[in-house]
Design a protein around this ligand. Structure first.
Ligand code: CTP
Ligand code: CA
Length: 222
């Protein structure tokens, strides 16, 4: 299908998406981040717009142009991402967490560049809030979709994550098969089991994921 010929499965819906990596400052020039190009999240934003949705994309730092049709909110840290999501969540029908959120932040970041010496440097890290789990813990959450990139035990870890975060749908992939690439393959886990999306360009995968989300979302409304 061409972009304009996609079925309008999400017409009138508001879809809120997080994408890209977060970045936690260590000092004036350094930080802790996660590996994420943002490509999968941006492809999903585009596919949601093609399906007729209003799209808000809360994005960590990426080298990508804003997808057509998305309102993009740029953030750096996980806390900033949480704040941006909190500001928009009330009107969202569907939330898709694709961002690679740093699980920790630096407790005492330095204003100035830390100078090196020959000693061991210890950083103290505190846990970041879980943006997705915060949403599903609220009363009447939007339809929530999580992503799980695992490096081993994919299905076991992913299904445990889906249960823990109370997600109707979780998209799982192996980091070795997804990171930085133009294509991807996903296993979708929901209450009726597994659906495998075989290797394809990320936009094709995104369109199939959006169709799957729309089916589950519509079923939940009835
Ligand atoms: N996520 C989030 N906020 C966080 C951490 C994760 O919103 N602070 C979301 C991600 O965007 C993704 C899902 O939760 O949709 C799973 O992220 P992942 O890092 O795989 O799960 P964690 O619960 O952080 O577990 P771990 O990193 O230990 O595997
Ligand atoms: Ca994590």
């Amino acid at each position: 299908f061409e972009a304009g010929l996609q079925p309008k499965l999400l017409l009138g819906r508001m879809v809120l998406i997080t994408a890209g990596p977060t970045f936690e400052r260590i000092d004036a020039v350094r930080g802790i981040t996660n590996t994420s190009s943002g490509k999968m999240g941006y492809a999903i934003a585009r596919a949601a717009y093609e399906a007729g949705a209003e799209v808000i994309l809360v994005s960590g730092e990426t080298a990508l142009p804003t997808p057509v049709g998305s309102r993009r909110i740029n953030v750096q840290s996980a806390q900033q991402m949480l704040n941006a999501v909190d500001n928009e969540i009330a009107t969202a029908d569907i939330f898709i967490g694709v961002a690679a959120v740093s699980d920790y932040y630096v407790l005492n970041p330095s204003e100035q560049k830390i100078k090196k010496d020959a000693h061991i440097l210890t950083l103290e890290l505190g846990p970041n809030p879980d943006i997705l789990a915060n949403i599903t813990a609220k009363p009447n959450p939007p339809f929530c979709v999580g992503f799980a990139a695992e490096s081993e035990n994919l299905l076991e870890y992913a299904e445990a994550k889906r249960k823990r975060k109370k997600l109707p749908l979780l998209a799982a992939n192996l980091v070795q098969q997804a990171m930085g690439r133009e294509d991807n393959e996903l296993i979708l886990l929901d209450d009726s089991g597994e659906t495998r999306l075989t290797r394809a360009p990320k936009l094709d995968i995104a369109r199939k994921l959006i169709a799957h989300i729309a089916r589950l979302y519509d079923a939940e409304q009835t």
